[in-house]
Design a protein around this ligand. Structure first.
Ligand SMILES: C[S@@+](CC[C@H](N)C(=O)[O-])C[C@H]1O[C@@H](n2cnc3c(N)ncnc32)[C@H](O)[C@@H]1O
Length: 360
């Protein structure tokens, strides 16, 4: 891995963290307990700056946001369906949503995570791009029916926060990642939050989808042991359902060129089969000093951008490529911050990505 996720220095917002020693037992992997790599190359997400420093234990943080409506009728009760336009902030600068006839209720998500980790286990932390993409998804849930009843799949889901939120309106959500520890922690979070939306919660599955393996998965390709596989492998029916997914999500999955290649390989398989899919990908633009360029450059970002063509430009030039990814950057500046416990900043970009092939 070439790029190191930087240790952030920004001042944190107050965030409630609590040690979860009892939950630690849920995160056991005899074959990959914290080894040498865990101790020598630790990284920390700025999201966890309010948590106790130097702790290698698991923590539970709470993330608060107004409860999204579940139907057009409920949506129209949220300020006449114009939440995107009628935003009120309270004296602390938090979003204050009012619903006709009743006060808006808040949801408090509980997310188990580590405060620092080695790079192979960054999925045990919550990263800023996940929260920015969650705000984008929440805004869609408040202002449109775009995500109502969808089948969605998140790649590199980490703690599962985003998919757990989407499950409020979706039909099915597949939270995918690789490695037992990350998958098992994601599974724990799904269960910690299984009641937060009452009856309005889709089926949520934590499933193994390693970008270095084939999609759809072939028996025997998993890196997991026999017992671990039992918990996180796909049934035939689930694969069929995932093929029919219309929404793909991915947050903070662009940080090494090799991984980006593997990710786009997987995306090509996912997006060229089954139902047409739209990917919403959020990434943090990370700058590093490059000895090759003798300058501060965003190498990982350039590599990511090299995969995308501009649909509008292609149309203007009259070019219809046989197969390619087309990407459009989404301006989310006017979208309110629904989730309280982070500083949004402006380093995260959201991209809408589609795959064009002869068949679509
Ligand atoms: C920086 S973390 C982001 C996690 C989460 N989306 C977030 O933003 O909080 C990158 C994620 O990509 C996952 N990942 C890395 N390599 C992968 C691979 N080969 N296959 C599947 N997932 C992978 C990691 O396990 C991790 O969950």
């Amino acid at each position: 891995m070439k790029t190191r996720l930087p240790m952030e220095r920004e001042k944190p917002l107050a965030m409630e963290c609590e040690s979860s020693s009892s939950e630690q037992q849920t995160l056991t992997n005899p074959s990959s307990s914290d080894g040498a790599d865990e101790s020598n190359h630790q990284v920390m997400s700025e999201i966890h700056l309010g948590c106790p420093p130097f702790s290698s234990a698991l923590h539970i943080s709470r993330f608060t946001f107004p409860c999204p409506p579940v139907s057009d009728v409920e949506r129209s009760r949220c300020d006449g369906g114009e939440i995107g336009q009628n935003i009120d902030l309270d004296e602390d600068g938090d979003l204050a949503l009012t619903r006709k006839g009743r006060p808006s209720s808040n949801v408090r998500l509980k997310i188990q995570h580590k405060i620092t980790s080695s790079i192979p286990r960054v999925g045990l932390q919550v990263w800023k791009a996940e929260l920015v993409l969650a705000d984008f998804v929440l805004h869609k849930m408040f202002t449109s029916s775009d995500f109502d009843g969808v089948v969605a799949l998140e790649l590199g889901a980490g703690t599962g926060l985003l998919g757990i939120i989407l499950a409020h309106v979706a039909k099915t959500v597949f939270l995918t990642d690789h490695g037992y520890e990350v998958l098992d922690n994601c599974y724990t979070n799904v269960h910690l939050n299984s009641q937060i939306f009452g009856d309005h919660q889709a089926s949520v599955y934590a499933r193994e989808l390693d970008w270095n393996n084939q999609w759809p998965p072939v028996p025997g390709s998993s890196q997991l042991s026999h017992e671990e596989r039992y918990k996180f492998s796909w049934s035939e029916e689930e694969i069929d359902e995932a093929m029919g997914a219309s929404i793909l999500l991915a947050a903070d999955v662009i940080y090494s060129d090799d991984l980006t290649d593997a990710l786009f390989n997987t995306l090509q398989s996912l997006m060229s089969q089954g139902f047409p899919k739209v990917l919403y990908l959020a990434l943090e633009k990370r700058y590093n000093f490059s000895l090759d360029d003798l300058d501060v450059v965003a190498n990982g970002y350039s590599h990511f951008r090299s995969y995308l063509k501009n649909e509008e430009e292609l149309r203007q030039l009259g070019i219809r490529p046989l197969r390619c990814f087309v990407g459009k950057r989404i301006d989310y500046a006017s979208i309110p911050q629904y989730i309280r416990e982070y500083n949004r900043g402006n380093e995260v970009e959201i991209w809408q990505i589609k795959y064009i092939s002869e068949t679509n």
